[in-house]
Design a protein around this ligand. Structure first.
Ligand code: NAD
Length: 361
């Protein structure tokens, strides 16, 4: 069956890293005898320049019809004064596609262990965490929220609220993701203090009855924050709500120490439930290095691997891409951002990194 993906290169280094993904995708097609139809569309600043709209209707329509979307990055100082900024196009796309599950892997590649913010002995056992964060509910969207005067004093308030349906669907996304990994989910809440945490834990346990092959454990968020630092190797999938996920996914990213190696996915549900998704590197458009062929394309290429595994149902192809990236690293080849102090040998450009990875596939 032919798969269809939409490429949204966006702004800054976005087009540079997406071009490398396309090379790798073509290599995957050749190796596995499959065909992936690709269509390119505009988003962000590039779309503002061409149409005045950061998310043109044609882009939204193409994304709705696609199996998955691969995005570079949006934004840049030249659009900072626009009434609708480039980033609003991406936010609108996420909302339109109802992408409630944000998946952020944090992997310490042994070859890059020295970039970790932690001591080498803490990460040497191997760190491969997937944070599954609920993205459209919880404290960031709960109502009432606002600021007002009470008794002559300013007060501000937000509401942390989750329905059982919201908890169930993100738990399903986490259990589904765990099945294609080590099969362990650690659900993170604050059920010792918050009502929301108690419902969270109850519904996660109820949902788990349909996934008996996946191991489930629970941690309070404060303990989880400590455990990520003390012993990150213990985690497989971390399942959590919007606020805690925002913080823990950045904490886990810091454990890897390299922004240029971090992929992500935002999904409207597991593929077996018909969910679709946007796959994108965690980094932004890096205007300071755009157009210089120095960007690290691995975060985008690893996002492509996530897409192959999670939405397109091609785990062998995903493995091949991830192994190719590892092979490039193992040969000591580095883009500028991940070259340690004292690195010997030529620095890889963005294009060369893409060519090498495609060749390894
Ligand atoms: P950034 O991630 O673009 O850059 C931060 C620093 O990391 C810069 O020094 C940059 O050169 C470096 N960097 C980032 N990605 C790199 C890569 N692949 N290879 C090598 N170096 C890399 O964050 P920022 O500077 O805060 O934001 C720049 C623009 O990107 C802003 O307009 C911001 O709104 C936008 N942004 C977009 C997204 C997105 O599209 N999802 C995410 C974050 C920021």
């Amino acid at each position: 069956m032919n798969k269809r993906i939409v490429l949204l290169p966006g702004d800054g280094i976005g087009p540079e890293v997406i071009a490398q993904c396309l090379k790798v995708l073509r290599a995957v097609e050749g190796k596995f005898g499959l065909t992936v139809d690709t269509e390119e569309a505009l988003i962000g600043g590039a779309a503002i320049d061409a149409t005045g709209d950061p998310l043109p209707e044609t882009t939204l329509a193409a994304c709705r019809k696609a199996d998955a979307v691969l995005l570079g990055a949006v934004g840049g100082p030249q659009w900072d004064a626009c009434p609708r900024r480039p980033e609003s196009g991406l936010l609108a796309l996420r909302k339109q596609l109802d992408l409630f599950a944000n998946l952020r892997p944090a992997v310490v590649f042994p070859e890059l262990a020295e970039l970790s913010a932690l001591h080498p002995r803490t990460v040497e056992k191997g760190v491969d965490i997937l944070v599954v964060r609920e993205l459209t509910g919880g404290l960031y969207f709960g109502r009432p929220a606002g600021e007002e005067k009470r008794g002559g004093r300013r007060v501000a308030f937000n509401t942390m609220i989750y329905s059982e349906d919201e908890i169930r669907r993100i738990a399903r996304a986490a259990f589904s993701a765990a099945r294609s990994r080590s099969g362990r989910v650690c659900s993170v809440d604050k059920s010792n203090v918050l009502h929301v945490g108690r419902l969270w834990r109850t519904v996660v346990e109820e949902t788990h009855r349909d996934w008996p092959d996946v191991e489930l454990s629970h941690l309070y968020v404060d303990n989880c924050a400590m455990q990520i630092i003390i012993n990150p190797a213990q985690f497989d999938v971390i399942l959590t709500g919007n606020l805690f996920g925002d913080i823990l996914s950045d904490e886990a990213a810091a454990v890897t120490g390299s922004l240029g190696m971090l992929p992500s996915a935002s999904l409207s549900g597991p593929a077996e439930d018909g969910g679709t998704g946007i796959y994108e590197p965690v980094h932004g458009s890096a205007p300071d290095i755009a157009g210089r062929d120095t960007a690290n394309p691995f975060a985008a290429i690893l996002s492509l691997a996530m897409m192959l595994r999670m939405t397109l149902g091609l785990p062998e192809a995903a493995d091949a891409v991830e192994k190719a990236v590892r092979a490039v690293l193992r040969e000591g080849r580095r883009t500028a951002d991940i070259a340690a102090v004292g690195h010997k040998g030529a620095i890889l450009g963005c294009n060369e990194a893409g060519d090498l990875t495609a060749a390894k596939v």
